[in-house]
Design a binder for this molecule. Sequence first.
Ligand code: TXA
Ligand code: MG
Length: 344
Amino acid sequence: MKTIAAGNSEKEILQAADILRAGGLVVFPTETVYGLGANALDDSAAAKIYAAKGRPSDNPLIVHLADPSQAADYCYPTPLFDRLAERFMPGPLTVILPKKACIPDTVTGGLATVGIRVPSHPTARALLRACQLPIAAPSANLSTKPSPTKAEHAVRDLFGRVDMILDGGPCGIGLESTIVKITGEDSMTLLRPGGITYDQLCEICRNVTVDKAVYTKLGENEKAEAPGMKYRHYAPSAQVIVVDGPHEAVVRYIKQKSSDQFCGVICFEEDKACFSEPVFSLGSRSSTEQQAQRLFDCLRAIDEQKEIERVYAFMPETTGLGLAVMNRLVKAAGFLIEHVKEEM
Ligand code: TXA
Ligand code: MG
């Protein structure tokens, strides 16, 4: 397939909108990560997304809208949805609600619910307005690769597999949207942490439960609330090992373990000098924003250094946006966490 590599001018966005209306695939920037979009009302267009990514057909797609007021056309919103929308949309939040019949089963992987998101990125918003369609879009990576936070990541994975790639520069947040499932009048489950934090959700809703899959690996026979959470995502080919414990002990442990040339280290800027190459910095220990922005780029950089077999990573703080950073890092490690103690 011929892929048009474009910027994000008005003309290029209009061309992308035409492609979407004709049933084609367009990669576009959002404030979280790049998305791989198709017309969410067109069964065969949505099917092309799964083929282009190599994505399992039971892993549903998020439906992107220009405005939360359109949600009622595609699902059954509740007063809690309206409160979330008023506060956090447009923005990095996806809300799962019962779907209406116009959303094809292909989009929802056969589920009776649909994920609704209103992105805030100006290019995504302009594209949604121009095509006047709901856009089904997963992250624009090949299945099992980290989500793309720059157009070049999407080019690497999907060039030749999609009709057009819009480049809007690096994504501001760098991790995918927060996903919540509304379970009652004043209750919901956090299925995937992201740019809208647990504390922010608690300001709007009394009962916010964090799904088990955020922290732990699900067992063989356990059903994932968000089907995507059960797949080994974001994993570089090297084995990632997350190390948790008192800071000094973690530094000592990783120093000792990572001394051979086949071992890499993912650390914070403040600790970088303690280690020899290859070392990948996530930015300052105190900035979960920087860590979120850099993590996927870092995992891709590790994949490019084929000789790296193992990577030791510092456990990030898990407050605020840090919960999302921790979740993605621990998933990249296949939930392999080593706990070290003070006296080593
Ligand atoms: O920030 C984002 O959400 C990005 C940008 C492009 O918007 N999109 C994204 O999509 O991360 P994707 O497909 O990579 O991840 C969607 C996640 C998957 O884990 C999927 O299982 C879950 O959302 N999901 C989608 N619809 C669902 C539903 N009806 N019920 C439960 N989980 C759902
Ligand atoms: Mg994804």
